[in-house]
Ligand binder design. Structure first.
Ligand code: SF4
Length: 368
């Protein structure tokens, strides 16, 4: 297949759904890890094509959603300083902190700029030597290489007015945290294809073995997801727990080695707090000691900021696949994309935001 429409072909999707139904003899719960996959599933109704015995639950793979509230507050504190140009991808600007978001800082006169690459922030730093330029480095393993490259180049060029506010998270520790939870109901995973394009998938093999759980590296189009579900159901029905690669057009087993080398050069593995979930050991990236002077938290003295989540929000258990967004009492009433109470309503890739966009009318009717 060469064109996107072919990965969305309705007839082929129906054929795949029939194949899955033919394979399925027992109930199975499968988690898609990535928010991009969740969005495609809800948008195209992929879950509704599946037999009733196969349930898809939505995982924690939305970087905007899992960035902790206190980190947004740190970003706001730094961006509010008159000596700072704060650079970020656009989707972080409307994520609410405890009292406001970065868009409000910008509207109040803060120099907050949307960039499309951390290397754009480097250019801004070079062009504005009298200002401190800070890049908001959030995301999974997918965005880590470009952020590492920005820090690496700043170091090489002796750029002293550039730093990054880091909140990188890693997928495999989050999968382990889900599987080892006493409330876990996940029996198979669709792993995130783009993460594996960078990292490969050898690190998933011990997880599949330890927890006896099949993991299928899967893409993002409806037919990718259906094929991933088919491969996962086939393993579950056969009693196998292996790592398989549905997204072979992009992913190699060893991943992108130069990108991994760059990540290791600049970052080290750290504990990281996930919004809605809490701290997971060895689940994040922080700057290595040799690059610590590019750490915005240290440079601006915001390392000890703390903030409390809404007590009403159940996104933590949604991100672990235990509940669905429409089961939250605040869904679509007190919590909407315009006034989000929690992590998964914040980003368009968040599960609550996807359900709000595509399924809120049905969810409201079901509550009546
Ligand atoms: S609907 Fe809102 S309050 Fe409920 S879980 Fe989702 S983000 Fe949290």
């Amino acid at each position: 297949m060469r064109f996107i429409d072919e990965y969305r072909d309705a007839k082929a999707a129906t054929r795949y759904a029939r194949l899955i139904a033919r394979e399925t003899t027992r109930p199975w719960t499968i988690m898609e890890v990535c928010g991009g996959q969740t969005h495609a599933i809800v948008k195209f109704g992929v879950d509704e094509l599946l037999p009733s015995k196969v349930e898809l639950v939505h995982g924690p793979g939305c970087p905007v959603c899992v960035t902790p509230l206190e980190l947004i507050d740190k970003a706001i504190a730094i961006a509010s300083r008159p000596d700072v140009i704060f650079c970020s991808f656009g989707d972080m600007l409307r994520v609410p902190g405890s009292s406001k978001d970065l868009l409000v800082v910008k509207a109040s006169g803060g120099d907050v700029r949307i960039v499309y690459s951390p290397l754009d922030a480097l250019k801004i730093a070079r062009a504005n030597p009298s200002k401190e330029v800070v890049f908001f480095a959030v995301g999974f393993e997918t965005t880590a290489p470009a952020n590492a490259m920005a820090v690496f180049q700043a170091h090489q060029q002796g750029l002293e007015n550039f730093s990054i506010l880091v909140s990188h998270v890693l997928v495999p520790p989050a999968m382990e945290a889900i599987l080892s939870s006493p409330i876990n109901r996940v029996q198979g995973f669709l792993a995130a294809g783009h993460v594996c394009t960078v990292m490969g998938y050898t690190e998933y093999e011990p997880i599949a073995k330890k927890y006896n759980t099949p993991i299928v590296v899967t893409g993002f189009e409806p037919l990718d997801i259906l094929q991933g579900v088919y491969m996962c159901v086939k393993q579950l029905e056969d009693g196998r727990a292996e790592v398989e690669n549905q997204y072979a057009r992009s992913v190699r087993k060893e991943g992108n080695r130069p990108a991994q080398d760059l990540i290791r050069e600049v970052f080290r593995v750290t504990p990281r707090k996930w919004r809605g979930v809490g701290e997971i050991p060895e689940s994040g990236l922080g700057l290595n000691a040799g690059y610590a002077n590019f750490d915005a938290e240290l440079r601006f003295g915001v390392a000890s900021c703390a903030a409390d989540e809404s007590s009403e929000c159940i996104s933590g258990i949604i991100l672990q696949g235990v509940k669905k967004p429409h089961e939250c009492p605040a869904f679509g009433t007190r919590c909407t994309p315009e006034h989000p109470l929690g992590a998964t309503m914040v980003s368009s890739e968040g599960a609550c935001a996807a359900y709000y966009r595509y399924r809120r009318v049905r969810a409201a009717a079901a509550k009546e």
